[in-house]
Design a protein around this ligand. Structure first.
Ligand code: DX5
Ligand code: ZN
Length: 218
């Protein structure tokens, strides 16, 4: 069963709580929370206080995508704020193995994110430790960018790599996902689809947009 993880970066921030409740009611699986520091990526979004404020709204898994430098310096604060899955960038962390252990020692799920240009082979030795790998299908920093097609080659390669050492690994994709490309991504091996602008826009309701993504998989 494919999971849909709406990225609240594209929500109407004047009505964040309302949009999250609608997202939950529409049957989302994870809440994808994009944290940006203006240093690792050329954009600044939100941090601990916002995560803490929205935590009581739902029991859905909070998937916290950290687009920040030295993410492991902040794992404790994000977990205390309500993160259920810490999703940090391989490229942003000097001691990746230690960082993985740090998340696990707090009893939450751990994911590693790879930028488009980073090969999946860098995860070879730590793959068995991970709950999830996020393949970025845009360069991180902004919602509403175009999908990078070679990301699916990476998904296929990763699925093959994980077959023996971590058959339960979740593969997530993030960036430029919509009802036109979701099927191809799932066929390539994706389990969790992040979508921002395809879910939060002025054209349709959140519910209709999530349904359209699921319908595209039928
Ligand atoms: C980009 C973020 C994404 C983004 C997705 O840096 O990680 O989660 O919000 O937005 P869309 O689906 O519009 O590409
Ligand atoms: Zn994201």
């Amino acid at each position: 069963m494919v999971k849909i993880a709406p990225s609240i970066l594209s929500c109407d921030f004047t009505n964040l709580g309302r949009d999250i409740k609608k997202t939950v009611d529409a049957g989302a699986d994870f809440i994808h929370i994009d944290v940006m520091d203006g240093s690792y990526v050329p954009n600044i979004s939100f941090g601990f206080p916002v995560i803490k404020a929205i935590r009581p709204l739902t029991d859905l898994l909070f998937d916290v995508h950290l687009m920040i430098v030295n993410p492991s310096n902040y794992f404790d604060e994000f977990i205390d704020a309500g993160a259920d899955l810490i999703n940090f960038h391989y490229e942003a962390e000097v001691h990746v193995d230690r960082a993985i252990q740090k998340v696990k020692s707090r009893g939450v799920k751990v994911g590693i994110t790879l930028n488009p240009a980073t090969p999946v082979s860098v995860l070879k030795h730590v793959l068995k430790e991970l709950d999830l790998v996020l393949i970025m299908s845009v360069n991180p920093g902004f919602g509403g960018q175009s999908f990078i097609p070679y990301s699916l080659d990476k998904v296929r390669e990763l699925r093959e790599m994980a077959k023996e050492c971590n058959p339960n690994l979740l593969i997530q994709i993030d960036g430029g996902m919509d009802s036109k490309n979701i099927k191809e991504a799932v066929d390539a091996g994706v389990d969790v689809v992040v979508a921002g602008s395809a879910i939060y826009n002025d054209k349709n309701t959140i519910e209709d947009n999530i349904s359209a993504l699921r319908d595209a998989l039928k």
